[in-house]
Design a protein around this ligand. Structure first.
Ligand SMILES: Nc1ncnc2c1ncn2[C@@H]1O[C@H](COP(=O)(O)OP(=O)(O)OP(=O)(O)O)[C@@H](O)[C@H]1O
Ligand SMILES: [Mg+2]
Length: 378
């Protein structure tokens, strides 16, 4: 039986809702070769959106390459994944992959390995020789393929914030930008999940990717789309839910994409015919149970000031933390302490900032904190 709700992996087809405006804008960028930077907090739906648009944009004359660099720890690993992804995803024939590798990467002496099933067992390796000619050669690979084949290429790099962990990252970023910005037939969609890191990469004037492309800040999916979706998925699988209860799911998890799907799934399991309030409460407890250890670990490393700062946010304070009454009520120390606290919690990815507004990164953490961590009077 088809799964009514999907979470934990990118979603598509019947399990994908809304994002019409973003789909249109991204598709336009892909078709017109405009570079894009897509940023959002974790699990709001970047990968799902890009994969959907990648599929829509793919034609005989336009190839979309998708690579996830989450596991790349060094430049060398990046280059290897880059070369393999570009070769494999710009042609459907494996003999062409080898031909292109030989043709366009001859200077770097690539070692190609293919197994008995070349379509799934193809990789490319080379010795990394630090230096301009090596790097330019490999970074120009898509441009050369695009020219040779008379096609346009869009390269989507997921978890792009990973490059800020590479050794001497700024120099690496400069290299990428220098080569990429001169390419005529290749455009880029760079996206990543750690919002403050991605912001740094693209918004700091002194960093190479400053104003690299069209910046899209993904917003949350609105309640009306979720309600339509949840009710439809229940109905598709022979169960029912009222729109009021579907709205309540959204409210409980603050419209966080992944959690809306997860809580809907947990409720769906509890439901035999029509979903009830009591079943939703049970589903919410399941969700908290599942996250218990994770959240507990998260708070174990916090100082008491940091805990107090979280208490204030969970209590509804979202700005003006340095005001005397807030400092006193939540025992936050001096106003000079606030910036330190904010930065520490941002680093731990427990909070997000949007201008002066501070919110929790994870709405379920807030629910858990309220229900399961006692909040003593400050
Ligand atoms: N358009 C959508 N419609 C329905 N559900 C969605 C949509 N986008 C995301 N989701 C839900 O959110 C989850 C996370 O989506 P996705 O992996 O695309 O997000 P992400 O922003 O790339 O996450 P990460 O920060 O982990 O990379 C999906 O598994 C799904 O449950
Ligand atoms: Mg993702």
């Amino acid at each position: 039986m088809e799964k009514p709700f999907v979470f934990g992996v990118a979603t598509s087809g019947e399990n994908f809702t809304d994002r019409e405006k973003e789909t249109e804008r991204l598709l336009l960028n892909f078709t017109h070769g405009v570079n894009t930077i897509l940023i959002s907090p974790r699990r709001w739906g970047k990968t799902s959106l890009v994969k959907k648009v990648a599929q829509m944009a793919q034609t005989a004359k336009r190839k979309v390459v998708y690579m996830d660099i989450f596991s790349c720890r060094t430049e060398q690993e990046f280059y290897r994944l880059w070369a393999t992804s570009v070769l494999k995803q710009t042609s459907s024939k494996w003999d062409e992959w080898i031909e292109n590798a030989k043709l366009f990467l001859s200077h770097i002496n690539p070692k190609i390995s293919i197994g008995t099933d070349p379509m799934n067992d193809f990789s490319i390796n080379f010795e990394y020789v630090r230096g301009d000619s090596f790097e330019t050669d490999i970074l120009q690979l898509p441009e050369k393929i695009a020219r040779e084949k008379g096609i346009q290429i869009v390269i989507c790099i997921d978890e792009f914030q990973q490059i800020s962990d590479f050794e001497d990252s700024k120099t690496f970023q400069k290299k990428l930008r220098t080569v990429w910005q001169l390419q005529q037939h290749v455009s880029y969609c760079l996206f990543g999940s750690k919002k403050h890191l991605m912001n740094e990469l693209f918004e700091r004037r002194n960093l190479p990717f400053y104003k690299f492309g069209d910046a899209i800040y993904l917003t949350k999916i609105e309640t009306k789309y979720w309600v339509e979706y949840i009710c439809r998925r229940f109905a598709d699988t022979g169960k029912q839910i009222s729109s009021g209860l579907a709205e309540e799911i959204c409210r409980l998890v603050d419209n966080h994409s992944s959690y809306v799907q997860q809580l809907s799934w947990l409720l769906w399991i509890h439901t035999a015919g029509a979903a009830t309030d009591t079943q939703l409460s049970a589903a919410l407890e399941d969700l908290l149970d599942q996250n218990n250890i994770l959240f507990q670990n998260e708070i174990e490393s916090l100082s008491s000031y940091q805990m107090n700062f979280l208490r204030a946010i969970i209590d509804g304070v979202d700005s003006g933390f340095s005001r005397k009454e807030v400092l006193q009520k939540y025992n936050l120390g001096t106003s000079a302490n606030i910036i330190r606290l904010k930065n520490a919690l941002l680093q731990k990815e427990l909070i997000e900032t949007d201008g002066p507004r501070v919110t929790l990164s994870d709405p379920v953490f807030g629910v858990w904190f309220k229900k399961r961590v006692c909040i003593p009077p400050a």
